[in-house]
Design a protein around this ligand. Sequence first.
Ligand SMILES: *Cc1c(COP(=O)(O)O)cnc(C)c1O
Length: 218
Amino acid sequence: MGIIARNLDQVRTRIAAAARQSGRDPSSIKLVAVSKMKSIEDIREACEAGQYAFGENYAQELRQKADILVDLPLEWHFIGHLQRNKAKLLAHGVPWVTVDSFAAAEALDRRATQNINLLIEVNVAGELTKAGIEPKEAPELISTLQKLNHVKVRGLMCLPPYDDDPEKSRPYFRKLRELLVSTNLTELSMGMSHDFEVAIAEGATIIRVGEAIFGKRR
Ligand SMILES: *Cc1c(COP(=O)(O)O)cnc(C)c1O
């Protein structure tokens, strides 16, 4: 078994344990393998080990990889910051896209030929350097997005300030979950390699895991 397959096994075991601890069904948590900066061969190896959902945070990199890997039944997730002039790169074959503006979502909607699931990035810690809307802007953005045709808002996403201690992420995950309750949405995309167990305890339905699967990025 290769290293990626082994890592995937370990991540799945950790997901199942975290789910069990909070009385959740492990199959209610989608694992997105974050393959940014990783090779086509690495993605193929993960796919052979049964991983189909992959996340990328640069639109150009996602497009190139998706075009090369068309022979595989992959489910692509764009998890970065979408600028409206890049929306055309994601209009086909990318069923999950994170947005934080109406302009980007509208540009995507105009070019889409099939439905695209949207997650709204929320800047839960109010960090000046980070993307995402303010929590209080969510209700209005959600209702405006519901007027579009191909894009369907499914949930919220966050990327808390990095801290080695996963417990430091908990208040932000909780904040995102509380915000979700005030909407009619169902998906919570939160948790990465170092803090996904805490995210699962706080209700994550989608976790985005890179280094724990593919090893350290340069
Ligand atoms: C890189 C990235 C991840 C994965 O981070 P790891 O620490 O490698 O698990 C998750 N979400 C976003 C938005 C990212 O950019």
